[in-house]
Design a protein around this ligand. Sequence first.
Ligand SMILES: [Zn+2]
Length: 50
Amino acid sequence: MSSPEEQQRAPALCKECDSVYTVRILAGGEIEPIGTTACSCGSEEFEVVD
Ligand SMILES: [Zn+2]
């Protein structure tokens, strides 16, 4: 009986094409798009929108 680790989610923009994705923020500050591994443009770099 362990509670699931709470994952922080945020909108983020692809650094290449400015597409908006929802990402989860991992411990350590890495961000990972939800439901995909990369943007449709091929970039794997995202920037969280504040
Ligand atoms: Zn992109």
